[in-house]
Structures are given as structure tokens and as C-alpha cells.
Write a protein that binds this ligand. Structure first.
Ligand SMILES: Cc1ncc(COP(=O)(O)O)c(C=O)c1O
Length: 436
């Protein structure tokens, strides 16, 4: 029976499952380094005052508990598109006849799942980087998408692995049944992916576009997951997605759709409020004019309608320049805090790392990752599994993703806790990975 067999159980999720295991551990030695939320040095979630003020003003007026429209409060989705894609990029795309349509979603996860539910069939290939945010696997399991491909994100020198991308894309295109009109979805998590924090950069986007252009008959859906866009070195930078103009021009096909999956979870620190957007960009007027209707139907059939109060908070902030500027300041401060902690962690762990571990320097985002070097150990996946078990036995809660990548949430740990993380990583990796 599917209900009992599903691998989508929360206990099996590499992040949320670990949070649950940790919650049951009462050890005084417990060290929690799991969740990707920006927290101050006292461990408190940092929420901008602006968000709290708007929320209390709404409460003071008494909350409106009416249902909200299935695709979101009127005029909210375009404001989210503008905030994340940028007015200039949208105007440049418009002048190239790339049109857009957007719906509000319950955050980024929901933007991705609602898009996949609305646009793909069960057997359609989905390509995503390795390593990737575990949420993509949960989404695929949750909505029964089984034809999954991974390309290696990085080369040996930590640059984008375009050869792997090209090979996997080609394999996905060729493995499609020839009579099928199946769409190929690419979920691309840039800038500043989870876990590695890499920013592909404009040149890589050009190369990706040139590869897609080789298959003019193939329909491609690119889901651009920009959850961490505001947490790069410059914090808010409205030009971050300006590469989209060239991207569309290079692929030059009505068969390309890009959906930008945006979320206010990280950018406005509204993690539990559940607000985001799925913005379709396409040269096909037909696709664009159907977007709200089609995705609206999916939303109606899953969540019925989205939380009105959360949307009202987002709306009040987004339409007010002063409030928005305060949010941008919060993003800047958060980036500075993460940068400080990241440097501290990297400086203290790097000189002591055993050769079996490599540190991957992020360009931005919430995490720093360490990679188990399988080429030296030749014990994949056992080495990663053993390390993961050793961590749990010693109440050290650091995820080892895909049995290879240790992900450290520098966004949520003050320096003193990062020192403990360093100490434990060194102790247990030496015990488990380094031959005696
Ligand atoms: C890479 C990535 N994408 C999307 C999300 C979605 O976040 P949410 O559903 O909370 O908006 C997250 C959250 O951790 C993430 O790390």
C-alpha cells in the first residue's frame, strides 16, 4: 500500500528528519547545526522590525479572515516579480517580446511544486544539480515525479561543470520516447544554491543557453530557484537576473519557458508565513495568458487559497518604498553577519582539515559545505554514512547530504558554536575517515 511504502516520510528527509531525531535527544552535549534560518548570536530568528510592525498594525485593525483568491491577492504577485526579477530586467525582456504572468504561492517550495504539477507529466524528465537541496527530492516524491537526472554541479576546481550539464541534458533529451511530447524540466538553483552557495555567473548562463539551443524541437521548462538571491556579497541587487535577456535570445525558442520561483521566506525572514510567487516568462503568448488560470487551478486543488494575512503583510511592505528599504537594510546586515561567521569558520577549520575533506568556498547564501573526497577514500557511500552515524551517536547534528557533503548553516550559528562545529568535524572525520 503506497501510504506505508512512500519514501516521502518526513523522518527520511535528510534535513527535517534530522531535526526530528535531534528533538528527541536530551544530551547536554547536543550540538545543532541543521536549519537554514538566519539567527542572531543569541539563537533568535532575526525578523525585520518592519515586518513585525506591519503585522501588528494589521492585527490592530482586526484581521480580515475572508478567503483570498486562489492565485493570490490582487496585484501582489506582480510586486513580488518586480522585487525579485527587477523592473529593468522585466522591461528588457518585454522589449524582446518575452511576456510574463505570475501567481502568488505559499513560498518557494510551493512555487516549484505547483509549477511541476501544472506543467509536467509524471514521466517527464527533471534535471537538477548534484548536490542539491533535499526539498527537490521531497517535491518529486510528493507529486510522483520519478524520471530524475542529476548533473555534477562542480568540476575539480570548483567551477561549473558544463560538461556534466551537457551530457545529462543530452541523455534526458535522447531517452525520451520519440513519439512523446514530453517536456524537460531543469531546476536551476542560482544565484547562491543550497548547499554550496555558488553563483553560476553570466558566462555559465550563456553556455547553458547554447546547449538548450541545440535542441530546437525540445520543449524546456527552466525553474529558476532564487531562494537565496538577496544574500550574495551585495545583498539586494536588482540586476542579478539580467542574464535572462541573453538567455532567451540565445535559446530563441517559443518552446522555452522560465519560471522564477521566488520566496519571502529568506528575503523578508517570513519563513513560516508562506509567501512567494511563480512567475512565468515566455515568448509564447498562449502559455503566458493561460498561466494564472492553469496554476490557479492547481492551487485551488491543493491549498484552496493562500493565507490572507501573510499576503497582506507582504503587500504592505512591497508597495511602500521606505519599508522596502528597511528590508534591504536587513538583508545587508544579515549578509554582513553571515560573512563574518563564514570567514571565522573557514579560517579556523581550513588549516586543520585532513586531506579526506575539502572545503567548498561559497559565493554567497546561508551555508558552507565540506566535501568528503571519495577519490581518496574510495569508500562511497559507506564513508559518508559512517560519519553521519558517528555524528548522531555523539549528539552532533550536522547533515551529511548525499553521503558526501557536510552542510554548515553559518547563517544560524554564532562564532563560539561554529568553533564547536569545527572541533567535532575534525574529531569525528579523523576517527571515521582517516586510516589509522
Ligand atoms: C534551495 C531552496 N529553494 C527553495 C526553498 C524554499 O523555501 P520556502 O518553501 O520556505 O519558501 C529553500 C528553503 O530552504 C531552499 O533552500
Amino acid at each position: 500500500m503506497v501510504f506505508y511504502e512512500t519514501k516521502a516520510k518526513i523522518s527520511l528527509d535528510p534535513i527535517v528528519g534530522l531535526v526530528q531525531t535531534a528533538a528527541e535527544d536530551n544530551s547536554v552535549d547536543k550540538l545543532l547545526a541543521i536549519v537554514g534560518s538566519a539567527m542572531d548570536d543569541s539563537g533568535k530568528l532575526i525578523v525585520p522590525d518592519t515586518v513585525n510592525q506591519v503585522a501588528s498594525e494589521l492585527c490592530a485593525k482586526s484581521l480580515n479572515m475572508a478567503y483570498s483568491p486562489s492565485s493570490g491577492l490582487k496585484d501582489l504577485a506582480p510586486l513580488i516579480s518586480q522585487e525579485f526579477i527587477g523592473k529593468e530586467t522585466l522591461a528588457a525582456l518585454y522589449s524582446d517580446n518575452i511576456r510574463r504572468a505570475e501567481v502568488v504561492t505559499g513560498g518557494g517550495t510551493h512555487a516549484i511544486s505547483a509549477t511541476l504539477m501544472s506543467c509536467t507529466k509524471t514521466s517527464d524528465p527533471i534535471i537538477v544539480q548534484r548536490p542539491h537541496w533535499a526539498g527537490y527530492d521531497s517535491i518529486a516524491l510528493g507529486i510522483n515525479r520519478t524520471n530524475l537526472y542529476n548533473f555534477e554541479l562542480l568540476n575539480e576546481d570548483d567551477s561549473f561543470n558544463i560538461n556534466s550539464f551537457e551530457k545529462i541534458t543530452d541523455r534526458a533529451v535522447k531517452s525520451r520516447p520519440s513519439e512523446s511530447n514530453s517536456k524537460i524540466t531543469l531546476i536551476l538553483n542560482s544565484p547562491f544554491d543550497n548547499p554550496l552557495g555558488k553563483d553560476f555567473g553570466d558566462d555559465v548562463w550563456k553556455q547553458i543557453a547554447s546547449i538548450l539551443a541545440k535542441y530546437p524541437e525540445q520543449e524546456f521548462l527552466v525553474i529558476l530557484d532564487i531562494a537565496y538571491i538577496d544574500f550574495g556579497p551585495e545583498a539586494k541587487n536588482y540586476n542579478k537576473l539580467s542574464f535572462l535577456k541573453d538567455f532567451f535570445a540565445t535559446v530563441n525558442s517559443e518552446k522555452l519557458s522560465v519560471v522564477v520561483a521566488a520566496t519571502l521566506s529568506k528575503s523578508f525572514a517570513m519563513y513560516g508565513a508562506r509567501v512567494g510567487a511563480a512567475t512565468l516568462l515566455s515568448a509564447s503568448y498562449e502559455n503566458v495568458s493561460n498561466w494564472k488560470d492553469v496554476v490557479g487551478g492547481t492551487l485551488r486543488g491543493t491549498v484552496s487559497n493562500l493565507a490572507r494575512t501573510s499576503q497582506e503583510i507582504a503587500f504592505e511592505v512591497l508597495k511602500d518604498e521606505t519599508k522596502l528599504a528597511q528590508i534591504h537594510q536587513f538583508q545587508k546586515d544579515t549578509v554582513a553577519m553571515i560573512e563574518r561567521r563564514k570567514n571565522h569558520f573557514i579560517d579556523s577549520i581550513s588549516p586543520k582539515l585532513p586531506e579526506e575533506l575539502a572545503l567548498i568556498k561559497p559565493d554567497g547564501g546561508f551555508f558552507v559545505s565540506l566535501k568528503i573526497k571519495n577519490e581518496i577514500l574510495n569508500r562511497f557511500p559507506e564513508a559518508g554514512k559512517e560519519l553521519s552515524e558517528r555524528f548522531i551517536q555523539t549528539s552532533t547534528y550536522i547533515p551529511v547530504l548525499l553521503d558526501q557533503y557536510l552542510r554548515i548553516p553559518v547563517c544560524g550559528l554564532r562564532e563560539e558554536l561554529l568553533d564547536q562545529v569545527t572541533e567535532r568535524i575534525l574529531k569525528y572525520t579523523v576517527e571515521v575517515l582517516v586510516p589509522a
